[in-house]
Write a protein that binds this ligand. Structure first.
Ligand code: ADP
Ligand code: MG
Length: 265
């Protein structure tokens, strides 16, 4: 049965959150769902491949320039009507990303219905800092389930486990672990086991494929630019799994010793 989705995608910086978020958004839009993507990472590149490579003004930039926020200067329609918002980041060395995200999502609630009325809203959240920025969309009650993206490498899995600790504290259910492959040996095995031990499951294995970067360089998702590629099929399958998900559970993070054991499996 159809149920509107409010999801956050977490994972170590550079692991592929924005690529995954934008391709899933595009795949769901192809299926006729109304979709919004809220980029909360200071890199503000979550939606760029849905907007033919164009950067949109960020909420933080508008606020810094004392521009009054309204739907027209904050929410931009991209591929197949996907609504795109970029929160943006603080000035390096000055502000706090977490604080900015809280200010931005609070403002968003007042100026747009995109975040309440879409069939799917994806929050592309910074995952290295498990602090205010990490939890802002959750604490504002805007997110109802989380996904964690990881490869089988040590640092991303370590970050994934830390994220689990954060989700546990916030009482936020996890709907699955997604492997974005870096071609590490036994990657699928490691992440299947990790997912199972934290009380979740591996919902997708996305291969490492240069098509992703090639399309991105031209300003497109693979769904738009290379719809017949193998990896486009993987993103479509993940999109279906997300829209049809029926089970999620608050994760139980592993202790450090078990995590090390697992990674040396
Ligand atoms: P994050 O948002 O987690 O910081 P990005 O989505 O920006 O990470 O991805 C980082 C880089 O990895 C980008 O250049 C992107 O094109 C590339 N990338 C992501 N997923 C894949 C993949 N499955 N295969 C090949 N390259 C990928
Ligand atoms: Mg990103």
């Amino acid at each position: 049965m159809f149920r509107a989705r409010r999801i956050a995608i977490y994972g170590k910086g550079g692991i592929g959150k924005s690529s995954t978020a934008s391709n899933v958004a595009a795949a769901c839009a192809d299926c006729g769902y109304s979709v919004s993507i809220i980029g909360c990472d200071p890199k503000s590149d979550s939606s760029i491949t849905l907007l033919k490579g164009e950067r949109i003004p960020t909420v933080m930039d508008l606020l810094r320039n004392k521009v009054e926020l309204c739907e027209d200067n904050v929410v931009y329609e991209g591929y197949k009507g996907v609504k795109c918002v970029e929160v943006g980041g603080p000035e390096p060395g000055v502000g706090c990303a977490g604080r900015g995200i809280i200010v931005a999502v609070t403002a968003l609630q007042k100026i747009t219905t995109a975040i309440t009325e879409s069939d799917l809203v994806i929050y592309d959240v910074p995952g290295d800092i498990v602090c205010g920025g990490f939890s802002a969309p959750i604490q504002k009650g805007l997110v109802s389930e989380a996904y964690i993206l990881s490869s089988g490498e040590y640092m991303p899995v370590y970050a994934a486990n830390n994220i689990c600790k954060g989700l546990e504290k916030l009482n936020m259910p996890l709907s699955g672990v997604i492997c974005n492959s870096r071609n590490v040996p036994r990657e699928e095995e490691i992440l299947t086991e990790f997912a199972s031990e934290i009380g979740s499951k591996l919902v997708a294995f996305i291969p490492k494929d240069n098509v992703v970067q090639d399309c991105e360089r031209d300003g497109f998702s693979v769904i738009e630019k290379a719809p017949d590629s193998e990896i486009a099929g993987v993103y479509r399958k993940l999109a279906t799994a997300i829209m049809d998900c029926e089970e999620s559970a608050i994760p139980n993070a592993l202790d450090d010793e078990r995590l090390r054991e697992l990674l040396m499996m």
